[in-house]
Every structure is written in C-alpha cells, then in structure tokens.
Design a protein. Structure first.
Length: 575
C-alpha cells in the first residue's frame, strides 16, 4: 500500500524508515516504496535507466534500477583534493561523469544499490555530505560565483554556508545509515526545532545573489538574499520571497512565479529571518495538495502582507525599506578575470554541466572533449586555488596565482576544455538544459542530450542574422518542472512529448521577468521556423543593447501570460 508523503514523513522515525532493510535486500535493485521517498532527504533518488526500459521489459527483468546522488555544496566551492575524490567516485561507482547542477551541486548518476553505502561513505570521506540535498527541507544554498568581487563573495559564501548548516535537519539518521554511527537513546525522536515532525510541506530553496550579476537567478528561489555592499563591505541583504519555477502542463493551479522583494535586513539578522521564513512555510504551507505546497502558493493564498508580518514577528525583526540594486544579466563571465584581490579566475562553459570524456569537441554546440581527464589534471596541479560551480552549470577554476595561469591554459587546451568558450555562439555558451533522459523519471522529452544538437541547428540561423555574438538566453527542460529555470529564459523549450516542446519566449536577460507560451507542443522544424523570422526582426529592429526578450515585448510579438510575470522587484532602483 502506498502512503502519502506527509504520512511517510510523520512515521519515518526522523527519516530512518526501513532504509537499512531496503538496502540489505539482495532480491531487488530497488528500495521499498516508502523508502524511495525517504532516501531523498539523504540526498539520493532511486531511478532507472529509461533507455533500457523496453529491452528489460522484453527480457522480463526488473527495470535497471540505479541511484542518483546529489551533494550539499553551498555555493558550489570544491577544493582540488575534494575534486580528485569526487572524480574517483564518479569513475569507481558512477557512470564516469560528474554533473554540475543548476544549484551548484554535483550529481552522480548510475550508482547501483549495493554500492550506494560505499559511495556515500566515499563522498563523506571527501568532507562533503548529501544530507538534505533533496526532500521537503531546505536544499543546497546557491551563492553568486562572480569572481570579480572577491571579498564580498567570501562574505556571501560564509553567510550561505552558515545558513545551510543552520537549516539542516537535526536527525542522526544520515550518520547511522550511511556512516555507521552508533544508535543512541532517543534515536528516532530527535528534536527538530525548525522542521518539526513532518518537515516542510515541500522542497525549499535559498539563493544569495550579488548585484550587478544575477547568476543565481535569485527570483526563482523561495527565499533570496541580495547582497548590499557599502564601503566595500556586505552590510546586509534585500530579502526576496516566493520564487519558484515548477508547473504542470494544463493545470492553471500551478505556475512559475518570480519572487517579491520585501525589504532589507542586516547580516546579523540573517539566520533569524531565514528561520522565520522556513517556519512560516512549515506552519502555513498547503499539506493537503502537494502541487500547491510550495512557498510561492502559500504567499499567494495567504497574502504577502500576512506572510511578511509572520516573518517579522517570528524573527523579531522589522524589514527596512529595500536598498537600491540593479542586475545587469544572469549569465557567467567566460575566460580569465582578475578578482579585486589580484587572484585569477577562469570560467569554462560546460555544456549542460556534464563533465565526461566524450571525445573530440567538433561542433559549435558541443561540450568539452576530455573534460573529466582535463579537470583531473588541473586538480592535480592547482596550487592554492579551488573550483567553483556556477548556477549556470559552468565551472570556475578559481583563485589561481599569475604564475600558474599558463599551466592551466595548456591543460585546458590539451583536453578541449575551452571548446564551449571558443567555438560556440554566445547563445550556446550561455544555454542551460536539465538532465532529463535517460535518468529523470519525470522527463517527457530530451534536454541535456538535445542541447548540443539544438544549438547546432540554431547556428545557421544565428549566422544568417548576424546574431552569433548576441547573448540570448536559451534554456531547455524535459518537462514543465523547470529544473533549468526555463521560464526566466528569453527562449525556452519545455518538453511535452518525445521530440515536442512548448516554445516559451520573452523572459529578460536579468532573470527578472517570466516568459510566455508562444507555440504549444511543436517539433524542432516548427521551433526553428518560428524563431527564424523573429531573429530576423530582432537583428533589423533592435535598439542598442536591447535583449531579445525585451525586444519581443516592445514590438508586441508576445502577449503576457495569465499570471503576473514580474512582481514588486524594484528594478527601477539604481544605486
Ligand atoms: Fe529539479 C525534480 C533535477 C534544479 C524544479 N529535479 C527533479 C528530479 C529529482 C526528478 C524527480 O523528482 O524524479 C530531477 C532529477 C534528474 C536526474 O536524473 O538527475 C531533477 N533539478 C534537477 C537538476 C539536477 C537539474 C539540472 O540539470 O541541473 C537540478 C538540481 C539542483 C540541485 O543541485 O539542488 C534541479 N529543479 C531545479 C530547479 C532550479 C533551481 O532550483 O534553481 C527547479 C525550479 C525551481 C523550483 O524549485 O521551483 C527544479 N525539480 C523541480 C521540480 C518542480 C518543483 C515544483 O515546485 O513543482 C521537480 C518535481 C517535483 O519536485 O515534484 C523536480
Ligand atoms: Fe526531469 Fe523535468 Fe527536472 Fe528536466 S525539468 S530534470 S525532465 S524533472
């Protein structure tokens, strides 16, 4: 019998369930049904290889069950030593690839059940955990990866790491199940002062952004902190509430939403406010209808003023008026940049975040050739630096001394790591795609595997209209859940069925405006056919520095959707 997620959480003995028994069962590669829900809180999903489904069914075999593991890496910062360990895990237990996610975590795919525990132990031996990377809790906390503002980045990173730590569940289940910690008295009833017995109604996400770059897409987060710098120091944060992307096709009760900016708080107030926001969602979120359980719907159902008052009361904090801020774009800076402390940072465009040895990079949309090997070589020689994942699925080789630059450059060239930076159109360099097939159980169409092909198909159009260097934001998602944050893109493909997508147009390049459904359920030829004349018009009629999405709105090519596309974001406030 299957139980509701709320029941499973309540009776899980603080996320233990029967995971130990499920893991020990040699007769199947799967977990018991309720444990499939619980393992998410430990940072893993049970999946099966969808490419093999039909063949396995024909052979009367159970699906090729395997597990995805997601790390909790706030801000996506990894030392070279950790990189080497994660690389060894990917090759030893996983499918020989590391996947940078849209929230600065790593995912391993293809882990089989009997190696799950060893893999978890190996990740922890790298001093990285996976606790709360998935499930109805606060997830991996995003942080701006802007390498230019070194001191401010360090402050944001420290605040984000503290927030992530503060919001971890209190249960010892993770340490018992995966790391053999001894069960002590009270196990199963540990106090959960922030989450309570049933955790949150739904997943919860926090991002820390640093203007002028919105690389974290802060307005897609349930809770956003936008750094405010005065006299070179981060003095506090503008707080945004209620962002989220997920929607279901044809269900008007669900929709993407950009967050509201509600006011300014000081750094000292950060953890109180984060706790107050999370407990407000815990207490008022919709636990009866899971599809309406995200914080964005709680806000729309209860009203922003009510939610804001709850937060102020719980935190004992009065929001100050939001401080002026302005975002320029939501992308990454590619190539070498020098931080304010004189250190160097190399941002590499990684196609859909997949780091694997896939051979030669031969076409404009393709990812790096021997990325796994190349980055392993770099990790071996990187002296004093670190790796930073970006929220755009890219990678920064960070904090490099001037003397090491040429060594890194040589390794980058040798392994084709600059393929994304050098060959692609600006559009392909910036593009994102979610994982989708073959591992994602919810995928309706290809995304990650389709991105290089689609970029290639777009290339002649971009060339014909002289738009190769136009930084248009393209994102592909295999279903409407929106893991690549497609609803904020200037062009988005949202999977409907194999080979068919909804074409969404008109987001902006700052991550502040949602796009609109332009054509429903169409094929690649139809997508290209729809984009070609729009590119033509854009090339001929755009104003200086006008983004593609802004242009489509100005000339009336698209209508607004039936829900608000932007909220009280004080975009007009310039410092
Ligand atoms: Fe996601 C579910 C992958 C970022 C919204 N997401 C999934 C699952 C776990 C599928 C499932 O439930 O069975 C996907 C696993 C695929 C696989 O095979 O690995 C999956 N999501 C991802 C990642 C790996 C996409 C990527 O290509 O990088 C991202 C991991 C982030 C991380 O490190 O924590 C990822 N997911 C997002 C984002 C973007 C973000 O957070 O900035 C969103 C939209 C923002 C939001 O949450 O509103 C997102 N994922 C969803 C949803 C829809 C949630 C909703 O409110 O309706 C689902 C489905 C669900 O929760 O029921 C989902
Ligand atoms: Fe899977 Fe859909 Fe998320 Fe893509 S958007 S990873 S298809 S859940």
């Amino acid at each position: 019998m299957s139980h509701s997620v709320e029941d499973i959480k309540a009776h899980s003995h603080r996320l233990r369930g029967s995971l130990l028994e499920s893991l020990a069962d040699p007769l199947t590669g799967a977990l018991r049904e309720d444990d499939q829900t619980l393992i998410k809180y430990h940072g893993s999903y049970q999946q099966d290889d969808r490419d093999l489904r039909d063949e396995r069914r024909r052979q009367k075999l159970e699906p090729a069950y395997q597990f995805m593991i997601r790390t909790r890496t706030p801000g996506g910062v990894i030392t070279p030593e950790q990189w080497l360990k994660l690389d060894a895990i990917a090759t030893g237990y996983g499918n020989h690839s590391l996947r940078i996610t849209t929230r600065q975590a790593f995912q391993f795919h293809g882990i089989i059940k009997r190696e799950l525990k060893a893999t978890m132990q190996a990740i922890n031996a790298a001093l990285i955990d996976t606790l709360a990377a998935c499930g109805d809790v606060n997830r991996n906390v995003q942080v701006a990866a802007n390498p230019l503002l070194s001191d401010a980045h360090a402050t944001l990173y420290a605040d984000a790491a503290a927030t992530s730590e503060h919001l971890l569940p209190n249960t010892r289940a993770y340490y018992e199940i995966w790391l053999d910690e001894e069960k002590v008295a009270g196990a199963g009833e540990e106090p959960e002062p922030i989450y309570g017995d049933t955790y949150l109604p739904r997943k919860f996400k926090i991002g820390f952004a640093l203007p002028p770059i919105n690389d974290v897409d802060v307005f897609a987060n349930d809770l956003g902190f936008i750094g405010v710098i005065e006299h070179g120091q981060v003095v506090g944060y503008n707080v945004s509430l209620g962002g989220g992307m997920g929607a279901s096709h044809g269900d008007a009760q669900t929709y993407p939403r950009v967050a509201d900016v509600v006011g300014f708080i000081t750094r000292e107030q950060l953890l109180e406010v984060a706790t107050a926001v999370v407990t407000t969602q815990r207490d008022f979120g919709n636990r009866a209808v899971r599809k309406r359980a995200r914080f964005k719907y709680t806000i729309d159902d209860k009203g922003l003023d009510f939610i804001k008052a709850q937060i102020e009361q719980r935190a004992g904090v009065q929001f100050q008026p939001a401080r002026p801020f302005a975002f320029e774009h939501n992308g990454d800076r590619y190539g070498w940049t020098q931080g304010s402390d004189g250190r160097w940072h190399l941002t590499l465009s990684i196609c859909a975040g997949r780091i694997a040895d896939v051979g030669e990079a031969t076409h404009p949309g393709s990812g790096p050739g021997q990325a796994l090997t190349g980055l392993r070589e770099i990790a071996r020689v990187l002296d004093g630096g670190e790796f930073r994942m970006t929220c755009n699925q890219n990678l920064v080789i960070s904090n490099v001394g001037a003397a090491q630059k040429s060594v890194i450059d040589a390794l980058v060239a040798q392994h084709g790591l600059d393929a994304g930076n050098a060959l692609s159109s600006a559009l392909a360099r910036k593009a994102m795609a979610c994982v989708a097939l073959p591992t994602c159980g919810l995928a309706m169409a290809e995304a990650e595997r389709y991105l290089p092909d689609f970029s290639n198909k777009l290339q002649p159009l971009l060339e014909r209209h002289a738009l190769v260097e136009a930084p248009i934001v393209l994102r592909i998602s295999g279903c409407p859940n929106g893991c690549s944050r497609p609803y904020l893109a200037e062009i988005a493909l949202v999977g409907k069925a194999p080979g068919r997508y909804n074409l969404m147009l008109g987001g902006d390049h700052r991550g502040q405006r949602l796009n609109t459904l332009y054509r429903e359920n169409i094929t690649e030829d139809q997508i290209l056919g729809a984009l070609d004349p729009l590119f033509g018009r854009y090339a001929a009629e755009r104003a200086a520095d006008e983004g593609f999405g802004d242009f489509l709105h100005r000339v009336g090519e698209i209508e607004l959707p039936p829900y608000p596309t932007h909220r009280s974001i004080p975009v007009e406030l310039h410092p």
